[in-house]
Design a protein around this ligand. Sequence first.
Ligand SMILES: *[C@@H]1O[C@H](CO)[C@@H](O)[C@H](O)[C@H]1NC(C)=O
Ligand SMILES: *[C@@H]1O[C@H](CO)[C@@H](O)[C@H](O)[C@H]1NC(C)=O
Ligand SMILES: *[C@@H]1O[C@H](CO)[C@@H](O)[C@H](O)[C@H]1NC(C)=O
Ligand SMILES: *[C@@H]1O[C@H](CO)[C@@H](O)[C@H](O)[C@H]1NC(C)=O
Length: 472
Amino acid sequence: MASATPTRREVALVTLLLVFLLLVSPPSRDTTKTGHDTIHNTSTTSGIPHALHDIASTQITWGPFSVPQTKVLAHVPGWTIFDKLYVFKGVVYIVTDEPSKTPNVTSMYSKGLFIENGKEAETSRLPTDEDIQVISTKQAKKLFGTGAQVMDGVSFLVNDPYQFVTHYYHWSAELWFGFWRTYSSLDPFITHDGNTSLPPVRRLVFNHLDAFHWRDYAAMNQWIIRSSFPSVVMEFKDDWRDRAEMGRPFVFDRVVVADRSAAMLAYNFARFQRTASTPFGLPGSVNWWMTIRNNAIQFTGLSPNTGWGTTTTPVITYISRQEWGRRMLIKEDHEKLVSELYKLRDLYGYEVNVVAAENMSRREQLELAARTTIMMGVHGNGLTSLIWMKPSPRSTVIEFFYPGGFAFDYEYTTRALGMVHYGFWGSQSFTSPGLPDPKYVEGFQGNSIPLDGEAVARLCHERLTLTSEVDD
Ligand SMILES: *[C@@H]1O[C@H](CO)[C@@H](O)[C@H](O)[C@H]1NC(C)=O
Ligand SMILES: *[C@@H]1O[C@H](CO)[C@@H](O)[C@H](O)[C@H]1NC(C)=O
Ligand SMILES: *[C@@H]1O[C@H](CO)[C@@H](O)[C@H](O)[C@H]1NC(C)=O
Ligand SMILES: *[C@@H]1O[C@H](CO)[C@@H](O)[C@H](O)[C@H]1NC(C)=O
């Protein structure tokens, strides 16, 4: 074999070549500030959006410059919007030279474990360096090298196991609700018809559950996703692992991170037991939800304005659970309620629907909810439909509890949409701010919940004539 020792001339040539390559290499897509705002003029390239053909956008390279820092755009416990959030070997990195200005990682991220009660379980969910780290630009450079692969557009990262995902209420009225409330805080000008300047979310990333564990028994979750954002794609824990095992850093252009365990540390969670309650501390439009609501309603073929205003014939919808086998009204009280509602129909011309969610197609459920002015029922998943109502001064949700029992689930959700909620204990009703403490009393889940149908009908009429305010 010939000697492998390079001559001085060869070394010099290689060095020159290297210097040449470094100097003329194409400009990086992104160095420090511009981020995904880098606009490529598309009118010169036959109108294809730049992200489709811009090969350089697969990665950002900072070369000899500083690693672009992570920016926290909005944060409340459990819900955070980041620009330039890094993920490397499965660990999330916040790159910043001002760590004191970054919220405590425990209020943003956790180990993504099942939620169990107790201090010990709570502590075991707290994140460690294996989950999330805050590092300086210097450390980032040492760790990441010269660049990162881009996950472009807006992503939604759900750092939760499937425990609270595979349920219509927890999906639509918590995860989706909280996500959109957080993200929509970036556009306080959303109109009543849902117009927004926000780009749609491009991908949902679930790093703790697989593709078989996000749908719910009523098959509503998939409907809501595909109608809210028809082109969104989903990644699961295998994809997260694939990316981790590639040993290259990835960077989210913009990502909304949800973490149930982190949200549970908040004061508002202690008050309402609702993870979606914490983002209501962020700015936002009163019409914030209409983007999602209208997308879902239009998907059924109805106009997004369905249910709007105070001059159309009111629609009363009683969602009955009387064949469900759990949490049902006393039979006679149910029958009395139905007959009282039909009396209203005959007397005032209101439309009255007595339905069971399990008897309706998904489309029928959405269509009816969209048209409904007053929705009522025993505490339960059927009331999740209230999120498809169109809020107006008449819109009301009436929820029946076993006397002494109360949960904030649908009360909070109703109020978060700007509608009015009443709870009933037999013939006694209550509304915010005069609410009882949450309590699951004996009988709460049972099948002999008492109710005064006459009192409910009276309240309906009051709400529809908007006389209740005049009364006191
Ligand atoms: C994009 O290109 C078109 C046509 O070449 C030009 O008229 C327009 O001013 C450019 N826009 C920007 C933002 O550079
Ligand atoms: C972050 O919060 C945890 C408790 O949730 C606390 O133990 C820790 O000291 C906090 N860290 C900082 C840097 O404040
Ligand atoms: C919302 O956008 C649609 C379509 O661009 C437009 O027709 C409508 O007038 C807009 N509504 C408002 C309130 O700006
Ligand atoms: C739901 O369907 C069952 C079976 O067909 C029927 O007995 C019941 O009356 C229906 N419930 C309602 C409220 O329509």
